[in-house]
Ligand binder design. Structure first.
Ligand code: DQA
Length: 149
């Protein structure tokens, strides 16, 4: 089982970036957290971060035939990108959406998620833990054990 984790724009700025919203952990620490979760679950993975919408679309397309599922935090592109939604629909891999902050309790413009329309599950407002929950969910989902936690 191989899972691709995609993080969108400004996630590389974690730690510096609005720590009251996103916490004090850096992107390097998030990567370490995600790798620990993969190791604990015995799942293979790849981590990708980009500030560029087209690069994220390319990466999703390349996942076809190479990965079993996708964990994605499209960051600001969540609320704007039909291209990322279409790419997720095109490859039709099970995808789980993650947001570090609780987007549901933030500005109106964060209330729409295009990518989420192609995802089987969303975790928001759980900080780094959302990525681990997404991994557990996808692992169960892919091994046909129902809909996870
Ligand atoms: C985010 C929430 C988005 O609204 C925001 O644009 C981000 C990060 C989150 O992880 O909470 O960049 O996706």
């Amino acid at each position: 089982m191989k899972i691709l984790v995609i993080n969108g724009p400004n996630i590389n700025m974690l730690g510096l970036r609005e720590p009251e919203v996103y916490g004090k952990g850096s992107y390097a620490q998030l990567q370490e957290f995600i790798w620990d979760s993969f190791r604990a679950e015995g799942v293979e993975g790849e981590l990708f971060q980009s500030n560029h919408e087209g690069d994220i679309v390319d990466k999703i397309q390349q996942a076809y035939g190479n990965f079993d599922g996708i964990i994605i935090n499209p960051a600001a592109y969540t609320h704007t990108s039909v291209a990322i939604l279409d790419a997720l629909k095109a490859v039709a891999l099970p995808a789980v959406e993650v947001h570090i902050s609780d987007v549901g309790n933030r500005e109106d413009f964060r209330q729409i998620s295009y990518a989420g329309m192609a995802c089987v599950k969303t975790y928001k407002g759980l900080g780094f833990e959302g990525y681990r929950k997404a991994l557990l969910f996808l692992k169960d989902y892919l091994s046909g054990k129902g809909n996870g936690a």
